[in-house]
Ligand binder design. Sequence first.
Ligand code: AMP
Ligand code: MG
Length: 492
Amino acid sequence: MFTAMTLCLPFDNSYARLPERFYARLDPTPVAAPRLLALNRRLAQDLGLDPEALAAPEGVAMLAGNRVPAGAAPLAQAYAGHQFGGWVPQLGDGRAILLGEVVAPAGSPLAGRRFDIQLKGAGRTPFSRMGDGRAWMGPVLREYLMGEAMAALGIPTTRALAAVATGETVWRETGLPGAVLTRVAASHIRVGTFQFFAARGDREALELLVAHALARHHPEAEPTALGLLGAVTAAQARLVAQWMGAGFVHGVMNTDNCAISGETIDYGPCAFLDAYHPAAVFSSIDSFGRYAYGNQPRIAVWNLAQLATALLPLIDADRDAAIAAATAAVHGFAPAYEAAWCAVFRRKLGLSTEEPGDGALAEALLKAMADDGADFARTFRGLAAEGGAGARAEFRNDPGAFDAWAEAWRARLAREGATPEARAAALAAANPAVIPRTHRIEQAIAAAVAGDLGPFERLLAALLEPFRPPEDPGLAAAPRPEERVTRTYCGT
Ligand code: AMP
Ligand code: MG
């Protein structure tokens, strides 16, 4: 045990009040020499935590897992999951420890919302299997940047509260500096959490988990397993539509990486597209492109079907009736996704009214971009500049293809009343100038490992205001051919 510290967080640990078979209780394993790499002061404040206390030695010790704060109920959560379609009956937090939950105070933009405070890379747990329970600095800083970038884009996501270097070496293919990420999430309940109990025939646990998840994430839903399934389906449809609009490829959409809250979770070998192509894949282990950009909506449905399967016993005592009801709920994904996707891309095209042909108009641009290898973010951002001239410049091979599309786009815009200035402003507010491009993230990580956090800090600052042209225009640029990164690694 570690000394309880004076740093006091307003914990209220609802998950820890669930039965013991939902988790393993244990403290984080202390590390040699905690050193703060990054602290999200704004998020700390919004959560009602004192940034100064977190930055002080006692706070950093807590963020490293060396001290357990009063009121915490540290635990590793049990879950299972399908990884690349293959069933794994037991996964669980192998290197993450939930310290507890806090509810954001009145007056905060997050007021009344409940958040998990989790340390990722906090040491071995009963779920570690062959792993060391640790993380190295690269994936920790990558998750920090990605999560904060997504939040700034308005996409539901887990957040980063802090990154701390451990002063210890983590062995992967080589020795690398270890780090711990403090992750903030609406919860860490996954599709795989339901699968864990369903696979064990533990109906009581499933019922408790359904009630817990409904109360926590979907209080507006009908309070049944079917109601939860419908709400999670709608949340996933909205989330994946937003990913598509941002050019985001999650890369590991296993059922254990699919959060019931509808937040993006578990940033591993994820990437934002540079050149657009629907078959874009970055993860080194996704050999068959299962989690390619264009497959993400289909995979979300597949994951929801796994959730549905886990919930069947609670949906109806008659199995056929349960299957029929669950299937209908999951089929709700397609219309919800279609509507959300159209809404996202309408905004990206600067449209404020709805016409039935809008989806096809957006598809036609994407098709032309894929044919040309046009940069995803820059093309959309370029629509704001001089009537689309910026976008045209991204068509290096066949600008005529853009011109042909732009004729239809301008005809469509002409049916709306907006002034050119208002339209340009709307386009610039819908299409970011700065996204976390893989080559920039890798540069920032390489510098951080060498002891220079400057590139990480400058990239983070730009990502926090993604719709503003960055001070360093290089951060809005596509990678030069020699900078392009086409493979990303889990790097756990
Ligand atoms: P991920 O691919 O990061 O979503 O992790 C999949 C599973 O592997 C989860 O159960 C993780 O807790 C576990 N895991 C990943 N990395 C490690 C590690 N270094 N030590 C222990 N378990 C790990
Ligand atoms: Mg995971």
